[in-house]
Ligand binder design. Sequence first.
Ligand code: HEC
Length: 123
Amino acid sequence: MKKLVLPLVLFILSGCYYDSEEALFGKPGTGACDTSVTKFSTQVKPILSSYCLTCHSNANAAGSGAGIKLENYADVKIYVDNGKLVGSIEHTSSFPMPKGGGTLSVCDISIINAWITKGALND
Ligand code: HEC
C-alpha cells in the first residue's frame, strides 16, 4: 500500500506544477501569449487598465498614484522613455508595480516589452 503513495504524490505535484506553468506562459502551441500584435489601444492599455489605473488613472493619480498618470498615451510614453515603466513591472526598480499586488503575468510583461521594442507607438 505504501508503495502507491509516493508516485501518487509526485503525480499530483507535477500536475500542479504544469498547471501553474500554463497559467504563467500560456498553453504551449495555442498562441495564448501572442506578442506579434502589440498595439497600445488593444493590448497595452487594457493591461494598464486592469492592473494600474486604480491608482494611476487621471482621476486617481493625485490621491493614490503619487501623481503618476498612466491613462493616456502621452503620459504612459513619459514612463516608457525614462525606463520607469519597464523597471516597475519587471521589479528591477525601487518601486515594484502593481504596488502591493504581486507581478504582472510573464505574458503581459512580454506584450508591453514587445510594444516598446517596436517603438512604443500610439497605435
Ligand atoms: C495601489 C496603487 C498602485 C497601483 C495598483 C499601481 N501603482 Fe504604480 N505607483 C503607486 C505609487 C503610490 C507610486 C509612488 C512610489 C511608491 O510609493 O511606491 C507609484 C509609482 C509608479 C511608477 C514610478 C516609479 C519610479 O521609479 O519612479 C511607475 C512607472 C508606476 N507606478 C507604474 C505602475 C504600473 C505599470 C502599474 C500597473 C502594473 C502600477 N504602477 C500600479 C501606486 C500604484
